[in-house]
Write a protein that binds this ligand. Sequence first.
Ligand code: SAH
Ligand code: SF4
Ligand code: F3S
Length: 466
Amino acid sequence: MSEKTNSEILKPIKTRSGGTWPPASPIDRGVFISTYGCQMNVADSERMYAVLEMQNYTQVPSADLAEVIIINSCSVREKPVHKVYSEVGSYRVLKGRNPKLKIGVGGCVGSQEKGNLTKKQPLIDFVFGTDNIDELPEILAKLDDKYKKVIQSQFHHRTPYHIQTMVTQPGVAQFVNITKGCDNFCTFCVVPFTRGREKSRPLQHVLKDFQDFSLKGTKEITLLGQNVNSYKSECGADFADLLEILSRETDLLRIRFTTSHPKDFDQKLVDVMARYQSKLCEYIHLPFQSGNSRVLEMMNRGYTREEYLQKVAMIRAAIPGVVLSTDIIVGFPSETEAEFQDTMSLVEEGGFETIFAFMYSPRPMTKAASFESQLPEDVKSERLQRLFAHHEALADGWVKKYEGQTLQVLVEKFDQNRSNWVGRSTQNKLVYFAGDQFTENLIGQVCPILISKARPSVFRGDLVKL
Ligand code: SAH
Ligand code: SF4
Ligand code: F3S
């Protein structure tokens, strides 16, 4: 078999991690993290950088500058282990050049695969799980101390979830975890196995994070959890209580949360959202997964189509102008064409301006992976295409109503490529507008933007001069 050329080997590094050829020299204690998956993983990568900075490591912008490369992986869908191996393989040339380079795999694949990873891919030096981020300095010290491989991916089931949120450079918009893990065991989902049992942070700790971020200039915080609305503080406060206290007692401009589970979305929560609308953004991500009650039962979701629609009606009645988005799985085992049509119609009835839709993919350890009547790939793929086309046609029309409206946009950054400011409206719309970064710095400001062009995923507009 012929050897790969350097340019072939380097290609993935260039695209994944922005390296150059020939590779730049590594920076002493430089660390580069490649992040996949959900916002939870994005927040975890921030924590990894922060934990390592305290040990004098420095964040670097590309893998070729690093002495430690971490792949923070996701295993929720298709061939995650494959993706990890292929990325690690792309670093072979860097490893050959610098024997001190350490390559690690963290995140959900780390929790799931543990020592299998180092056995199958010897370039991997260490593996850690979603509960072991704070152990990273210890893991790296062990490798310096001549351990050949380190695997630290056990869950800390008994330890309470008492942490402080850590980031290296707080931005205008930040994530704050309030729960971790999940106890719902939807039959398709690997997360309960990769993130462990559900735990909530004490309310006082979350409040302290808010106060700290606010002092550092953060304007918007998104509360994170696999199921934020099953939050339960040690003092007995539930998610609605938490939102109320955060809205009342902190001076953040905006609060968001994701993901909420339909079965736990109740009137008390809706009432708090309505009461504190000035702070609690009128945007809710409420995954329905399937529009058919038989499929929902097989998924173990804990609600029927009718119950889901009742929750939507309750939310819309209390919060005028609320924007809903959702997650959908097509081609769940045994899903018929008629049942898929129920999903198509729920997209319309629910009025979701944004959808995140996926083909069902069997995951290890999950119940649905062993269900009979797994559907062929071409059926799943064809349903997904139809769903996207159906939604796009609907959403294109729905978002037209924003054209001519003025939305309040919290500016997050200046996009150099488009020479535009970019930020989000309270409805979570990504909005671009023209401006000059040299005459005025708008980052962190809320600007009134008159929307001229609205597409389902991105809006354009102009700053309204007051
Ligand atoms: N906790 C969230 C979901 C987290 S996973 C919730 O309950 O809503 C994010 C999304 O990935 C899920 O909502 C689901 O739509 C999708 N997903 C999870 N497992 C999947 C699988 N096995 N195949 C395809 N999509 C999946
Ligand atoms: Fe997965 Fe269901 Fe938990 Fe969401 S609620 S993380 S879909 S098991
Ligand atoms: Fe992926 Fe783990 Fe998030 S499987 S979606 S990174 S919880």
